[in-house]
Design a protein around this ligand. Sequence first.
Ligand code: RB5
Length: 147
Amino acid sequence: MKIAIGSDHAGFPLKEEIRKYLDEKGVEYVDCGVYDASSADYPVQAKNTCEKITSGECVRGILCCGTGIGISMAANKVKGIRAACCSDYFSAKYTRLHNDANVLCLGARVIGAGAALELVEVFLNTEFEGGRHQRRVDLITDIENTQ
Ligand code: RB5
């Protein structure tokens, strides 16, 4: 499973922790930047990272900004992306089980790296339940296709 990761300057230190974690776990990834802590506009990294998923190159993504919110708003504008901004374990797990979220957004100024890596772990290792949840995900897609 290949993962796309990205961040703005505020999320950069957390993205680097996630990169180390993925290296340790042997998970393949594409780092869509940023590559240092210089000021950056999070919609740019959101778009670049999400396009790795919609193109089929990567299956899931992880995005970091200060709150996780701005980058998730931008990510959710990309057709085919279901991004979830999470800061607790339950949400990171259930957004996979029930929403088939394909991008996890994290706030580097909200949670510490230790907690964030637990969310990454469960997000990457939990499969979508399907069933009645598929119908609801399809209804999300219908909204996307009719706006
Ligand atoms: C950058 O200062 C900050 O606004 C950004 O990282 C993010 O938190 C926006 O939602």
